[in-house]
Design a protein around this ligand. Structure first.
Ligand SMILES: Cc1cc2nc3c(=O)[nH]c(=O)nc-3n(C[C@H](O)[C@H](O)[C@H](O)COP(=O)(O)O)c2cc1C
Length: 191
């Protein structure tokens, strides 16, 4: 059975570079992996009332349940995110909060995670990635070590079809995806 990987994009913008980078990432997974983009656009804003057993007149949205089930059926999650105001975009924080409840069944718990941040500026979404790691650290996730991937001036790394336009970037990202795949296999050696 193939390893199922949910790929989550931290940007809702139609022309998002994060989405373009994510499409490159899909093609870099080794055999035996099934990466799939999981959309977060339609997740309603997180409201704990939906998960609070004491609030009985607000049903958990179907989108929350589907998202949580998708994460729990995944062997790992791979994030490609932009940076907004030195942290993660709100859509991504919303998705993290939704996956973090209920406490008895946290969808993120112990998952292997991969992270690529990018920015049109030079810093490659450094603060975004660090803030994402901070939020995820609460759930005991595991991820590849050094080197981390911060893609600065991301538009210059992509051709007009959205593909990496140079070997150096492609190889660097491919190495990270390969190390992430190893973390997933180590975490779930049964397959
Ligand atoms: C609300 C907002 C805040 C932003 N804040 C940052 C920032 O803190 N750091 C940064 O490098 N770029 C920032 N940018 C620029 C983004 O890097 C740029 O818009 C990028 O294209 C977003 O990623 P995407 O193409 O995947 O949507 C910001 C853009 C917006 C719209």
């Amino acid at each position: 059975m193939a390893y199922k990987i949910s790929v989550i994009i931290g940007s809702l913008r139609r022309g998002s570079y994060a989405r373009k980078i994510a499409h490159n990432v899909l093609g870099l997974f080794p055999e035996g992996f099934e990466p799939e983009i999981v959309e977060i656009r339609d997740l309603p804003l997180y409201d704990f009332d939906y998960d609070d057993p004491e609030v009985t007149d607000k049903e958990t949205p179907a989108e929350y349940t589907a998202f949580r089930e998708k994460l729990k059926a995944s062997d790992g999650v791979f994030f490609v995110t932009a940076e907004n105001n030195r942290t993660i975009p709100a859509c991504l924080k919303n998705a993290i909060d939704i996956g973090s409840k209920p406490n008895s069944d946290v969808a993120w718990k112990d998952l292997p995670v991969g992270i690529i941040s990018h920015s049109v500026g030079r810093m490659g979404g450094y603060s975004s990635q660090k803030n994402l790691r901070l939020a995820l650290s609460y759930f005991g996730v595991t991820s590849p070590g050094q080197p981390e991937v911060f893609l600065g001036q991301s538009p210059t790394l992509l051709d007009e079809d959205g593909r990496f336009n140079n070997e150096k970037t492609r190889d660097f990202v491919a190495d990270y995806v390969s190390r992430f795949a190893d973390v997933v296999k180590e975490h779930t050696p049964r397959k």
